[in-house]
Design a protein around this ligand. Structure first.
Ligand SMILES: Nc1ncnc2c1ncn2[C@@H]1O[C@H](COP(=O)(O)OP(=O)(O)O)[C@@H](O)[C@H]1O
Ligand SMILES: [Mg+2]
Length: 228
């Protein structure tokens, strides 16, 4: 599901990622850890084709990305299979909660409005927010917004989900609500990569752990080994 081989990326004179390889992260839950500035977000964005890179390569959900500019058609196919949840939720503020969730299935998959609505409501139910379908994102708490963002990503039935510090903007109560949703997904077998500083969460959810330090893989291995 996920393979990265010797991926390198510079920004100007700064080596942001240096020959990063992920070996054992094929399926399950990969926790990506490391100090601020170590390259975690950049690596996650590379996996979704949001960033280009200079050398090496990666395969995600069967889609291959090579160095240099990505082919738009490849990115379009890749993003149907790879969902991303951001630190700051990034919901569309002018759309209702349900419209946020159904936008991609309707426009990208050309799903009929009524079917998309049923699928969207089921997903909102799953993250505990069915009663908020008509609300605007700004009227929801941060934890609720992040759960909407997860439902929105799930609406494309992604083979791989990427989470970039999904709870870093949340207080402890909201953090727990969001992590419970992510742990449920993990139990259901969703392949995911989660950037996290939460050791307890990583211990509960992760199968594989990759630690970045200054753009290099410092350590990686089975979660039980690395986190003990
Ligand atoms: N848009 C950008 N322009 C220039 N430098 C950036 C940009 N984004 C990140 N960086 C730099 O790249 C390095 C890795 O950043 P990042 O991937 O965000 O790390 P992390 O997510 O681990 O905190 C840092 O040195 C950061 O300052
Ligand atoms: Mg980051």
């Amino acid at each position: 599901m996920i393979a990265i081989d010797s991926l390198s990326k510079s920004r100007g004179s700064l080596r942001v990622l240096h020959e990063v390889s992920l070996a054992g992260a094929e399926g399950g839950v990969t926790a990506l850890v490391g100090a601020s500035g170590s390259g975690k977000t950049t690596l996650l964005r590379c996996l979704n084709g949001l960033e280009t890179f200079d050398a090496g390569g990666l395969t995600v959900a069967g889609h291959r990305l090579e160095p240099g500019p990505h082919v738009p058609a490849t990115l379009e196919r890749l993003r149907r299979d790879v969902g991303m949840v951001f630190q700051q939720f990034n919901l569309f503020p002018h759309l209702s909660v349900i419209d946020n969730v159904t936008l991609a299935p309707r426009t990208v998959l050309r799903m009929a409005a009524e079917e998309a609505r049923m699928v969207g409501l089921a997903l909102l139910e799953r993250v505990g927010l069915a009663s908020f379908a008509a609300a605007r994102p700004a009227t929801l708490s941060g934890g609720q917004q992040q759960r909407v963002a997860i439902a929105r990503a799930l609406a494309m039935q992604p083979r791989v989900m990427l989470f970039d510090e999904p709870t870093s903007a949340l207080d402890p109560t909201m953090t727990a609500e969001v992590l419970d949703v992510i742990i449920d997904l993990a139990r259901e077998g969703q392949t995911m990569v989660v950037v996290t500083h939460d050791h307890a969460f990583a211990k509960r959810a992760a199968t594989w752990v990759v630690e970045l330090a200054a753009g290099r893989v410092a350590r990686q291995g089975p979660a039980a080994e690395i986190l003990s």
